[in-house]
Structures are given as C-alpha cells and as structure tokens.
Design a protein around this ligand. Structure first.
Ligand SMILES: Nc1ncnc2c1ncn2[C@@H]1O[C@H](COP(=O)(O)OP(=O)(O)OP(=O)(O)O)[C@@H](O)[C@H]1O
Length: 340
C-alpha cells in the first residue's frame, strides 16, 4: 500500500467567462487553478494558504470530484477521482468527507441534529439496525463534546461552534481517510475557533484521518498542518514544513503574507506592503504571475515563468530563490518593498 493517499498532477480548472465589451461580451478564460502538483500522505494534514481568489476552494472541489478538471488529474488511493455519480463515486464519498465554512448552510434546518449526524449511516449502511445507528450517533455526539440532551435540538438552537461540531461529527461518522476542510473555523469567534481546532487535533490523533486544510489564516494553518502549500493566482508558489514556511519563507509573496500576520508578540513586524490587489485570474501577467507586485522582481521575472523547483521537502517557484546549482534560498527579502 502506497503511503500517498491523494495526489494532484498538473491539475487545472479553467472557466470560460465573458468580459465587458461588444454586444455579448468578450470571451475569455479564467484560470482558477492552473497546473497544481501535490501529494498528501495517509494521516497527513496539508495546509493550503493564499489570498482570496487564489484557487483554494476550487482545488478542494477538484479533489472531491465536485468539478471536473480542465486538464491534469486527482488520484485518491491510486485511482482517478470520478466526477460523475457512479457507484465508485459513492464508495469514494465514504472515504473522503468535506467540512465547509458555514455549518448552518451545511445542515438541514428541519432535522434534529442526531438525525443529521446519523445520516451517513442511512445512506451508506442501510442494513445497520436502528439501535446500533442510534448508539453510534450518540457516541459521535459525545466525541465532539455535544451533550446527550442536545440530540433533539435543531441547528438554529445551537451556537455556531456547536453547529460546526455537528458537521464534524457527521463528517467522521464513516471513519473517512480524508477530510477536506475549507475555512472550517473562519465563521467562528476567535475563542470558539481555538476550541474547534483543538477538537479537530484531538480527533485526528484518535482516528488518524488525513486532511486538506484550507484557510487564509496563517495562524490556523500553522496550528493544524504538517506541511504547507502557498498558492497565488491558481498556482503553488511555495511548499514546506510550517516552521520553514512561516519562519524562513523563500518566496517574496510568502514573505509578505507572513510579515502581515499578527503574532501574540506583535501586530505585524516589518510588514511588507505589496502594491495593488492580486491580478484578475482572467488576465494573468506574463512571466512570474507575481512580478507586478513583487518588491524584488528583475527583468527575467517579467518574461520567464518560474517552475516549481523541489529540494529536500521544500519547493518554490521563484527565479530569485533558485540557484543555478538547484539549491533553494530565500529571495532577497523585500529589496524595494515598502516596509510598514
Ligand atoms: N464557477 C465559476 N465560474 C467562474 N469563475 C469561478 C468559478 N468558481 C470560482 N471562480 C473564480 O476562480 C477564482 C478562484 O476561486 P476560489 O473560490 O477557488 O478562490 P479561493 O482562494 O477559495 O477564494 P476565497 O478564499 O475567497 O474563497 C476566483 O477568481 C473565482 O472568482
């Protein structure tokens, strides 16, 4: 059995869009995800970070088979993830589950929570006797810290944190090997975020699931991930262990992201202020897509797309961070950056 549970190869999802112009608009292509490669080992938590619109949620949808790739592929346990609802899609559903940002939207307002937690048994284990179903739903509730007397509650009677616990319990009902978590705590207050993250860590220690953990919040990813991937404009620009990525970022984009993240000891030290917003994924700049905002860009960056170079578990797509010998070292930090 291979150690790799999930792999993405040259994964891309492009959308045909229409830009303003002409009677019906001008046809164009939006590159939401544009050639992404990563592996996720069994039991590993891979954090996916980047600004809004960089392609994190689209990557999640591709992994789950909710949208088909325009090119490239996702493999789960060695087999391509099906995107049509055949029997093998259903089998796969048991093994990979999703946790979304908005628990209220993910739950049925008309059903008591115990019924929703037990729903996966109804769908995937129709022969399971009722008493066993009830027992397992009750055990799941206990495992996420919900009280037995809350079993008959409806989602609107619970707090946001409790609702997310219901979603987590339901996601874990069938012992999935992979959880895809898209901003699972972003909608919660900071104190509740900590409780839910601690719960997820405990559950992971107990059950050993792997996770693709998506967040724009570096602090959250740092707490949860074993390895981190940074995306910009639909591509991976950096990858490494959390300590490496957050303490010694190689890519100028990661350097700016990290510099802007407050820590308990400082609000933001030597914050690198990037000019402008991320470009529109319809109109990706030539060369390195980050070059128009990069404080350290040189002529080569404007014309030549940097490939993602890997070395000893680290990866970076930046001409300035790659030496001719293949070694990786941090791009010169914010040479011309505005430092606040
Ligand atoms: N169905 C679609 N049709 C056209 N464009 C889309 C579609 N889905 C996503 N996009 C675009 O693809 C890009 C990436 O979107 P995506 O939701 O993956 O980003 P994200 O990093 O998850 O952002 P956020 O953190 O705001 O959710 C965005 O520009 C978005 O507008």
């Amino acid at each position: 059995m291979s150690d790799v549970l999930l792999s993405a190869r040259a994964l891309a999802r492009h959308y045909p869009v229409r830009l303003p112009g002409g009677l019906l608009g001008r046809p164009a292509t939006l590159k939401a995800v544009d050639g992404v490669d990563f592996d996720l080992a069994r039991g590993e938590v891979l954090g996916l970070v980047g600004e809004s619109g960089c392609g994190k949620s689209t990557t999640a949808k591709l992994v789950l088979g909710h949208v088909p790739p325009s090119s490239g592929e996702v493999r789960f346990d060695g087999a391509p993830v099906p995107t049509d609802r055949r029997a093998d899609w259903r089998r796969l559903r048991r093994r990979m589950q999703m946790i979304y940002q908005d628990p209220l939207g993910a739950l049925d307002r008309r059903l008591p929570i115990v019924a929703q937690i037990g729903e996966p048994f109804d769908i995937h284990c129709p022969d399971m006797p009722r008493p066993e179903r009830r027992e397992r739903a009750a055990a799941l509730m206990a495992s996420v810290g919900l009280r037995p007397d809350q079993a008959g509650s409806y989602p609107h009677e619970l707090s946001g944190g409790q609702r997310q616990r219901v979603v987590i319990a339901r996601a874990l009902a069938l012992d999935p090997e992979l959880l895809v978590c898209d901003e699972p705590v972003s909608a919660l207050d900071v104190s509740i975020q900590a409780q839910v993250l601690n719960l997820m860590s405990d559950l992971r220690d107990r059950t050993g699931f792997a996770a693709l953990f998506i967040s724009h919040d570096l602090k959250v990813v740092r707490q949860m991930a074993d390895r981190v991937v940074v995306m910009y404009l639909g591509r991976i620009v950096e990858e490494g262990l959390p300590d490496q990525v957050f303490h010694a970022p190689l890519h100028p984009y990661t350097q700016a992201l990290v510099s802007a993240a407050p820590t308990p000891h400082r609000r933001a030290r030597n914050r690198i202020v990037l000019p402008g917003d991320p470009p529109n994924p319809v109109d990706v700049p030539s060369g390195c897509p980050f070059h128009p905002r990069c404080p350290a860009a040189v002529a080569r960056c404007r014309s030549e797309v940097p490939s993602l170079v890997r070395d000893a578990g680290r990866a970076v797509a930046c001409h300035l961070a790659q030496s001719a010998g293949g070694d990786l070292s941090p791009a010169p930090r914010a040479l011309k950056a505005k430092v606040a």
